[in-house]
Design a protein around this ligand. Sequence first.
Ligand code: ATR
Length: 267
Amino acid sequence: MYLNLGIIGNPLNHTFSPFIHNYFLYTSNLCGGYTCYDTTLDKLDDVINIFKEYNFIGVNVTVPYKQEVIKYCSRLDITAKEIEAVNTLHFTENGIIGHNTDIFGFHMMLESNGINTQNKRVLLLGAGGASRAVIPYLRINTPSSFVIANRTIEKVEELLSLYDNNAEVCSLSDLKDEKFDIVINATSLGVKGEPFIDYGFHIKEAAVDMIYKPQVTSFLSLYCNQDIKLVNGLSMLIYQAAGSFNIWTGKDIEPDMQYFKSLVYNK
Ligand code: ATR
C-alpha cells in the first residue's frame, strides 16, 4: 500500500519535514511520499477534503493551524486535548484523530541531552504556540521554581491556565541578574538569524532553544563561552516527527541524529 503523508502550514518553504519523513519511509522499507500543502485559511476546508479523497493516512500540522484543525477531528488524544493544539492528523476509519507529538519531541530533546527539570530552577522565555509543548513535561518533571517571561505579559495568562502548579510570571526586563539552572527559549526571536537580546540572567546548567538553525542559534551564541549544555531544537523536530510516523505506521524509529545533523548543517 502507498502511504500518502503530508504537512499543512503557512509558510512552508523552509520546512525540513519532507526530508525527515521520506527518510523514515525509506529506512522502514515502506512505500509512500510526503507532500507540502502551503495553505491559506480560506482553503483549509478544501485541503482537508483533498486529504480524505486521496486516502491520506497522516498529515502534520504546523504554524498557524495547530488550533484551527481541531474542528476537523472526531477525537483528540490526551496530549492534544491538554494543550489544545494538534500537530499530527491521523486519518482512520473512525474519522480524523488529532494528536500532539511536540510534547514527546520536547521530552526527548531534554532526555537525549541528559537534562531533567525536576527540582531545578527553570525559566521559560515566550508564551506562544511553541511554549505549549513545555507545560505537560514540567507538570510531571516538576521544577523547584518555574518562571515564565514574555514580552507581552497578558499573553501568559492563556499558557498559565494550562499549568496547574505554581508558576511565576514576569516581563523580560525583570530578568536581570536572576539565576536559573535551565532556560528554555520558546520565543521566535532569532528564527531569522537576528541577534538575541541579552536580558542579563545567568544560567547554571543548560540553555535550550526550540530554534534549530543555525546550529548555534542566536540565543545559544550568548552562552558559547560558558561551561553549560547548549541544546538547539533539531532533536525536538526529529523526535516529534518520529512520534507522528509511529502513529501513522506503527513503526518505532530510532532516529540517527548524526545523520540528520550532517544533512541540516553540512550542506
Ligand atoms: P510560535 O508558534 O512559534 O511560538 P507565536 O505563537 O507567535 O509563535 O509566539 C512567538 C513568541 O515569541 C511570543 O512569546 C512572542 O512574544 P509576544 O507574546 O510578546 O508577541 C515572542 N517574541 C517574538 N518576537 C519577539 C521579540 N522581538 N522579543 C521578544 N519576544 C518575542
